[in-house]
Design a protein around this ligand. Structure first.
Ligand SMILES: Cc1cc2nc3c(=O)[nH]c(=O)nc-3n(C[C@H](O)[C@H](O)[C@H](O)COP(=O)(O)OP(=O)(O)OC[C@H]3O[C@@H](n4cnc5c(N)ncnc54)[C@H](O)[C@@H]3O)c2cc1C
Length: 239
């Protein structure tokens, strides 16, 4: 589908980790940027590549303003992210299209939700979680399983811990694959063992999975083996 691009301006940048940045955009000609939690935008980049666009899930949640947030990890051999690192600064104008995508919450939440993500795959799920909380949307338990390599790679960590403390229905379970520090007393391993433990009794649940294809493929296969129907497994693939 042909996309219409509009102008945005970068208003803030936060270095979240050594390789991941949060970019805050403001839509120049609009007072309000409407999107659904879970959707993504496309950025037009001035790069010498066959496709000069890159997609990014919106990490913020709709709040009636004209602003939105993206969280982007640097891929050094890539064409797009090194350009973003070198060129995007506060005040930069960026052409953007969207919102796009069908990776969104159902109208009514009938079951427990399980969000499964690694790295910047947290973006659309963070948006959905805040959407549910901010709008007091009726829900059951929400399990937020977030995989990263080490403690230093955890994104939005303090925010998620605080949110979990305030909202008893939300269970945030970070799981680290390469952490060796003894100060980490959370889970070690991969996301798969975590949701398999929680849902080993195969109770009704709806799954939202986001990240790179290897993790996604494995999660979809494992959930199918547990007996969950395709209609209850939603996913957004980054590659
Ligand atoms: C719907 C959608 C939403 C997305 N949302 C986000 C987001 O919120 N944040 C974000 O950082 N990225 C997101 N991406 C990925 C993003 O669009 C780019 O692919 C990514 O930023 C790499 O761009 P690049 O130009 O630097 O590398 P490219 O030159 O496009 O990448 C080269 C190759 O490396 C692969 N690759 C790139 N980065 C990684 C990685 N970290 N792990 C594994 N393989 C990788 C790509 O699939 C590609 O095959 C999303 C992609 C899609 C389709």
């Amino acid at each position: 589908m042909k996309q219409t691009f509009f102008e945005t301006e970068i208003v803030k940048i936060i270095n979240e980790t050594s390789t991941t940045r949060r970019y805050f955009f403001s839509v120049v000609a609009k007072d309000k940027f409407e999107y659904k939690a879970g959707q993504f935008v496309m950025l037009q980049l001035d790069i010498n590549a066959k496709i000069p666009y890159r997609s990014y899930s919106i990490a913020s949640t709709p709040d009636g303003s004209n602003q939105f947030e993206l969280i982007i990890v640097l891929n050094p051999p890539g064409a797009g992210t090194p350009f973003i690192w070198d060129n995007f600064e506060v005040g930069s104008k960026v052409m953007c299209a969207g919102p796009i995508g069908k990776f969104v919450l159902p109208e009514y939440i009938h079951h427990d939700l399980c969000f499964i993500c690694t790295g910047t795959g947290i973006a659309p799920l963070r948006s959905m979680l805040w959407h549910i909380i901010n709008n007091k949307i009726q829900h059951h338990r929400i399990y937020f399983v977030f995989g990263a390599r080490t403690k230093d790679d955890l994104l939005y960590y303090e925010e998620m811990v605080e949110l979990t403390e305030k909202h008893k229905s939300v269970h945030f379970i970070p799981v680290l694959s390469r952490e060796t520090s003894e100060t980490w007393n959370g889970r070690i391993g991969y996301v798969h063992q975590v949701y398999e433990d929680i849902f080993s009794n195969k109770r009704p649940a709806e799954f939202f999975i986001c990240g790179w294809s290897a993790m996604l493929k494995e999660a979809r296969e494992r959930l199918a083996l547990l007996g969950y129907p395709k209609e209850h497994i939603h996913f957004e693939r980054y590659d």
